[in-house]
Design a protein around this ligand. Structure first.
Ligand code: SAM
Length: 193
């Protein structure tokens, strides 16, 4: 059995650490998709926590709501049928500097319309909000994909922004598979203070 963690397992590992010591954790799923990450976040934040989520596709909102309902954690989540770049218009401002975890899973909705993808301009805007609103010791994970058209360009933009974050405020790592060029990679941003 493989001893290394997959991109998603690594992302969850870091998110768990950011959430587990909080009494009222707040997490954001920036790309709801099929709702798997939202379920993970809703279960991790617990009954005292909150999850906010964004997606531009109504199908993603429906699928995620259904899954949350099935798992009995729907009341912990607020889902917005909107782009994550509209963060400031949707997330209550009292949560500024209090967001403990943000997950981005970029690209297209698996088993959905593969032409609807995350795009550099909107992804970068949402990343900026996430960095601004993150609590101290909060974590942002960004799963990046290069296999679809536009993927490599988005990765380049995301890496460019992430690598310019001030090192006295953020620790930024990028984990990638070296011997499979199409493999996803993971950026983890931690707010130091
Ligand atoms: C790879 S999927 C997400 C997978 C998901 N986290 C899961 O657990 O199934 C990417 C999603 O990003 C969504 N998306 C694209 N542009 C977006 C935007 N500007 N804001 C929010 N979501 C967006 C797509 O509609 C798609 O559902």
């Amino acid at each position: 059995m493989m001893k290394t963690l997959s991109t998603l397992q690594s992302a969850k590992h870091y998110i768990k650490q950011a959430i587990q010591e909080q009494s009222h954790p707040i997490a954001i799923d920036a790309t709801l998709g099929n709702g798997y990450d939202t379920i993970f976040l809703a279960q991790e934040v617990g009954a005292q926590g909150l999850v906010f989520g964004f997606d531009i596709q109504s199908l993603a909102i429906e699928k995620t709501s259904q899954r949350l309902q099935q798992k009995g954690v729907l009341e912990r989540a607020t889902l917005f049928h909107a782009g994550h770049e509209c963060w400031e218009a949707f997330i209550p401002h009292k949560y500024k500097n209090q967001i403990n975890a943000v997950m981005f899973n970029l690209g297209y909705l698996p088993h959905g319309d593969e032409t609807i993808i995350t795009r550099p301009a909107t992804t970068l805007q949402a990343m900026r909000y996430a960095c601004q609103w993150l609590a101290p010791r909060g974590i942002i994970t960004i799963a990046l994909y290069v296999g679809h058209e536009g993927g490599k360009d988005e990765v380049d933009h995301v890496i460019s922004l992430a690598s310019k974050l001030p090192s006295n405020q953020f620790q930024v790592t990028w984990t990638q598979t070296l011997n499979r060029s199409s493999a996803p990679s993971l950026i983890v941003i931690e707010k130091i203070k």
